[in-house]
Design a protein around this ligand. Structure first.
Ligand SMILES: [Zn+2]
Length: 539
């Protein structure tokens, strides 16, 4: 194994001040750009070392230690793959030998068989006068009509038996193929490998959380009210008023890819978990499909039909939307009491209105949540209005219970809810400064409050519409924005969710999303008009 090799040359590195000197040290500061990392002796003399710095030799030692480890791991993983592929290769060789030998035997066998039959044709030329005469004399009347061909049976029986032996060998040979074992072993190694990869970032299962800002803020003049990661976490889509911004996301760094122009403000973005397709909601629902690198095709769209808009005669802004796990149904709420249900067919490129349901009171629909089994749906509105819906036999959502009576005194305040378990959800009530857990009992068909916890912060703003309400059970994180605060909640040993992180903003116009593994939080806020990226760490 040859030694490590650095792809750059030391002379390529230039110090911050662009002095004509060799670089000797490095600044360890996440907020600096990559062309502001190196220091020469003169820089050091100019006291730039107030920041944390390290000598270039020491840094190279750290990097090479890691690279040695990485190399050993790559060698090990590649060898594991090679070993099982080698075994499969042997299986194939073995199979080939067995197939070839039995096929050759069978070909030989069939040729002999045909030869024997042809021989019988040939033999039929010759007859024995004496034998035939004997037959004729024994039964004169029958002679012209009596034949015997049972010699065919003898030939066929013996040759067919030989052929059957060959067929059995041919079928048995397929067992040496063992492709299922190959697939299983590949999966096993993949799983082991993922375990190694995960170790780069880890978060304890419970406990307090710290947000560590990484990289510089990214400015955006217009407001962002929706953000979503794709399933692999390398693409982030955000809204910029009437534009959709598509970002490449790598190790906590956002780099701009492209933008898509729409004619209305975008409030909702949601990514498919199966492919690079996302859905945007403004006054219409649009599906976007990645056709090639950085080319997103507007593939489907749906706008409320005129007759469904009622008296106001304008399309309502979409406020929240959910996609079911099969990704064949979209449920969305808007600045009305109506919840629309659409059928989605991504293969056939079809988006079709199915039916609508209506909240009885409570102004606009402020949140929607499906439970894991997708047999319960929660919809929230203003004035403490919350409704639970169940699936009817006809697979339609029908109202089941109204959890709270509509209260006029809270009509400026919205509430929102999200399922944590199949039968448990968290409800946040804007008017009451609290969150509570509710449980649905399938036996008694009633919803009961489990516990209630007050938010203790002083708020300067009301809660604002549009969702930044996310639940990541694998890492035990519940993220929400509430009025001018963001909160992260985690499940404790007693089963209750407690606040483990709090951050105040000078606005209630701030939205964010967690990456799928919970490693990063991307936030946009109106005060700084920028995106900030944080890595979640144990406190
Ligand atoms: Zn310098």
């Amino acid at each position: 194994m040859q030694g490590l090799q650095m792809s750059e040359n030391y002379n390529e590195f230039k110090c911050i001040e662009k002095h004509d000197q060799a670089v000797t040290a490095i600044l360890i500061d996440r907020r600096r750009n990559n062309n502001e990392r190196f220091l020469c002796k003169e820089c050091l003399d100019n006291q730039l070392q107030v920041f944390e710095s390290i000598s270039i030799v020491a840094m190279q030692k750290i990097i090479e230690d890691k690279q040695m480890k990485r190399r050993a791991m790559i060698n090990d993983i590649a060898d594991q793959y090679i070993q099982i592929i080698q075994q499969y290769n042997l299986n194939l060789e073995n199979l080939k030998t067995k197939l070839t030998s039995s096929i050759e035997m069978m070909i030989n066998n069939t040729q002999i068989w045909m030869r024997e039959l042809n021989q019988k044709k040939e033999d039929s030329r010759i007859y024995s006068f004496c034998n035939e005469l004997e037959d004729y004399i024994r039964s004169t009347k029958q002679y012209m009509h009596s034949f015997q061909f049972d010699f065919f049976d003898k030939i066929n029986f013996s040759q067919l038996n030989k052929l059957k032996t060959g067929i059995k060998q041919l079928i048995d040979a397929h067992y040496t193929h063992q492709y299922k074992e190959l697939f299983q072993k590949l999966r096993d190694i993949n799983d082991e490998r993922k375990q190694l990869e995960k170790q780069e970032w880890q978060l304890s299962k419970d406990g307090k959380i710290n947000l560590n800002q990484i990289s510089n803020p990214i400015k955006q003049n217009q407001n962002c009210s929706a953000l979503a990661f794709n399933s692999t976490g390398n693409i982030l889509v955000t809204s910029n008023d009437r534009e959709i911004m598509i970002w490449n996301f790598n190790k906590g760094l956002m780099s701009f890819g492209q933008k898509l122009q729409l004619s209305n403000i975008i409030n909702c973005l949601i990514f498919s978990k199966q492919s690079n397709i996302f859905i945007s909601g403004c006054i219409e629902i649009i599906c976007w499909k990645e056709k090639s690198m950085n080319f997103w095709e507007k593939s489907l769209s749906y706008k409320e039909q005129k007759e469904k808009i009622e008296k106001e005669n304008k399309h309502h802004e979409i406020t929240c939307l959910v996609l079911n796990s099969k990704e064949d149904q979209i449920i969305y709420g808007s600045r009305s009491q109506i919840i629309n249900i659409l059928a989605l067919d991504l293969r056939q490129n079809k988006l079709e209105f199915l039916y609508l349901i209506k909240m009885s009171e409570g102004g606009w629909v402020s949140s929607l949540s499906l439970n894991h089994s997708e047999n319960l749906l929660l919809s929230c509105g203003y004035g403490d209005k919350i409704m639970m819906w169940k699936q009817s036999k006809e697979n339609k959502w029908v109202p089941m219970t109204e959890l709270t009576k509509y209260q006029d005194k809270y009509k400026e305040d919205l509430c929102k809810a999200i399922f944590l378990e199949d039968d448990e959800f968290i409800l946040i009530q804007g008017g009451k400064n609290c969150y509570s857990s509710y449980k649905y009992s399938y036996n008694d068909r009633i919803v009961k409050q489990n516990y209630k916890i007050d938010f203790k912060d002083q708020y300067k703003f009301l809660d604002s519409l549009h969702q930044s309400f996310e639940f990541k059970p694998e890492v035990n994180l519940l993220f929400t924005r509430y009025k001018d605060y963001i909160y992260i909640l985690r499940k404790q040993n007693n089963g209750q969710y407690k606040i483990v992180f709090t951050k105040q903003y000078q606005t209630n116009i701030m939205y964010g999303t967690l990456s799928n593994n919970g490693q990063y939080l991307v936030m946009f806020d109106k005060t700084s008009s920028s995106y900030n990226i944080y890595e979640l760490q144990d406190f």
